[in-house]
Design a protein around this ligand. Sequence first.
Ligand code: 5GP
Ligand code: MN
Length: 342
Amino acid sequence: MVLNRFEELRTYLSSPRNIVVIGHKNPDGDALGSTLGLKHYLDKKGHTTQVLMPNEYPDFLHWLPGSETVYRFDRQNNQSVKSLNRSEIVFLLDFNALHRVGSDMQNTLEAYPNDFALIDHHQQPDDFSYMYSDTSMSSTCEMVYNFITMMGDEDLLDENIATCLYTGIMTDTGSFRFRSTTSKTHRIIANLIDAGAKNDRIHSNVFDANSYNRLLLLGQALSNLQILPEYNTAFITLSQEEKRKFNYEKGDTEGVVNYALSLKGIVFAVIFIEDEEQGIIKISFRSKGSFSVNQFARKYFNGGGHDNAAGGRSEESLEDTIKAFKALLPTYENELKNSYNA
Ligand code: 5GP
Ligand code: MN
């Protein structure tokens, strides 16, 4: 855990500031929950806070309180740049390096003259003026909760803050089932419910928001599933054509990789998704046990993340990417065999 210059930050935040809060590209529940949770808290303390996201976020997160105030850097570029120019400090949430916001926004942030404050649980973060980094944390939302507590402001928790933080903890822990879920995570969740988070409604807003097409796309993904039992590995592919056929919308493939991981005996699951717009294959990696998909994604697919959940990309065709992926597996045969028991 790294906590750098926290007391200075606390003093700095003891008078009203103009603040921008940013999440990573293709924001997920934790990115949106943590940025909005922090925004509601900072606003309540008397600051002026604007949340910026690099691009679109999934439909199933649009109900989050405050999401209508978010500026998208790709669509609302003028407003985004203006709010950055007005701001005195920028909080970076749920990502570890500026390139994770995409190259356009990265260029703008690199020219930012004031301080950055990082709150994040990803491995190997870059250096920023103020740092709260802890890779053992289930989610950035759990860290925002801790941040509010460290600020001595637990009594400011309210329904909006609690709803946002609950959502991110829930999505980043696979509904409280991953190894990163601790007794402390559950205690925080209990406090968030006490502060007004309506847990049944949050689960239903996020997980019962499927369109018929999304279910059909899932059906397609499952019929493309391939199992490599000798490597305890399963993978799924989705081509651009298949996505088109079922009217793919952002977020529709979220969580699909977990079906591959749900197979008995599988410790390594991957989904390869063709992305025509970016001209890449977007890859999500998941594992159980000691096999580190963070290292695997970093080493071979220009990505990273956490030990058991990471992402990456390939510039090759879908077919060539899968060929290259399969060729890597023999090297890891033993590690994969022992992953679950390790
Ligand atoms: P997902 O597979 O859900 O997109 O991402 C899983 C985890 O890996 C998330 O924590 C996400 O932030 C991280 N991740 C996803 N894609 C990338 C990437 O291209 N580079 C890095 N460094 N991390 C990624
Ligand atoms: Mn996260």
